[in-house]
Design a protein around this ligand. Sequence first.
Ligand code: FAD
Ligand code: DLZ
Ligand code: SF4
Length: 511
Amino acid sequence: MLTRRLVLVLGDQLSLQLASLQGLDSERDQVLLAEVMEEASHVPHHPKKIALILSAMRHFAEQLRGRGIRVQYVQLDDPHNSGSLHAELMRWTQRLNPQEIHICECGDWRLEQSLRHCGLAIHWHADSRFLCSRDGFALWAKGRKQLRMEFFYREMRKLSGLLLNPDGSPEGGAWNFDADNRKALPNGIRPPAPLYIEPDAITRDVLALVGQRFSDHYGKLDGFDYPVTAEQAERLWQHFLASGLADFGDYQDAMADGEPYLFHSRISAALNIGLLDLRQLCEDVEAAYREGRVPLNAAEGFIRQLIGWREYVRGIYWLCMPDYAEGNVFGNTRALPEFYWTGQTRMNCMRQAIGQTLEHAYAHHIQRLMVTGNFALLAGIAPKAICDWYLAVYMDAFDWVELPNTLGMVMHADGGYLGSKPYCASGQYIKRMSNHCQGCSYKVSESTGESACPFNALYWHFLMRHRERLERNPRLGMVYRNLARMDDVKRRALWDWGEHLLARLDAGQTL
Ligand code: FAD
Ligand code: DLZ
Ligand code: SF4
């Protein structure tokens, strides 16, 4: 039968609302989904992440078929599988000879380029899952000397109408309640138990396949409990609304031994692959606040992450790629230490963050920013090496969101385009926000010597080696004044110990 339209749907586009899936004719149109090695192995993705994508793709194909839509589905172990999405698109185009090919814009510049240049005429659709389009962001950014998330966020609040008073002013009299969201976890407060979702037969098949094919990738496959359908994702979301959101604001930046999730939602992966709808999430959060179920600092804080940070980093990605990926203003060249892949380090904070990453393909924001990210910044790891690590190990990692967060927010490798200052910190920050230092074999109160917390000397070493670039940054003025007040002997000792730690990393030793 003649094919009118062939629609390629990618593994992170599993939404019935996708622009390219509107107006399908069940007689004449077909949807193509393909499991391919290139997407699973261009970085060594965590096995749980590969399982999530493949299982969610298979469930989505079933959902489409249930609606009468014709689906061509290529499994990873199909002997005809050509291994890449552009090659699969070419193969199916030759086979079906469609009049039109439709695709929704991708979340990765690399992949979009390969599809745009595969020699086929493609109808491209904007990704309407986001509030702000690529062009909309470019328009907002045009002519601005400096981009700042806070100003973009206010525009998004106005555009969406979220948490606004009838006169257009922000609910509660301020746009941002972040200052209330920096509490450490007090003794006796227990985070909610995480929701467990039992793998069904489709997921179990995928887990077996991933176990066979990707046993050489770092990360644990056992204990897979993530949502793989929109219905399961909704259960996870309702669980968070009922048990996590009220405390989300207060403890957003807290960390604790053996507590991988605290009051975080765990929805990022489901949202990024299309199982949840951004606008609905925001409306649910606003309703929870308006009905008195959660305080304003929690509701505003959560909405800011979704319509502020998430949309802002995507805007920057598409505005600045491909050059953005090359950013390296500090000229870092150091290799990623092996312990990022194994968790074998004496630094308890790093062991906790990397350990749960290997176990769950998850770490919450402050662990990514202030522990594993902060260490990479202080240690001068090459941006590409640390970006590839984040892209590989997190369940929710796709280039559009991972790259600006890592290269821009964490590594400051874009020279401050995304954020005004590097989030560098000594061990004192980790001590204030967690109980990690109590169970650590290093002493956070010491800065040099074998028992000293490595974050301390590395912090001062970072500030000293990049003094020229950073000293005039007004947000680092106080820090540089402290450094200037330090006596020469102490400064020298910190520099020397920092050099010693970096030399140990270069020699392939753990810390
Ligand atoms: P919650 O703490 O419950 O937050 C709610 C939601 O807000 C998240 O689900 C997410 O959708 C959104 N959000 C929060 N912060 C950000 C942010 N900075 N950028 C974009 N969205 C945000 N998030 C990803 O989705 N994919 C990534 O690849 C990714 N890489 C990151 C790399 C680094 C170095 C850093 C510092 C942050 C990264 N983030 C990434 C942002 C953030 O850490 C995760 O979104 C969050 O930890 C996911 O867990 P959660 O769903 O429990 O989030
Ligand atoms: C991440 C991923 C993986 C592991 N596998 C597939 C796949 O087999 N087929 C597919 O269509 N998509 C996959 N993806 C998601 C893509 O990598 C994603 O669409 C791009 O990175 C853009 O975000
Ligand atoms: Fe981390 Fe340093 Fe604290 Fe150990 S002492 S947990 S290395 S901050």
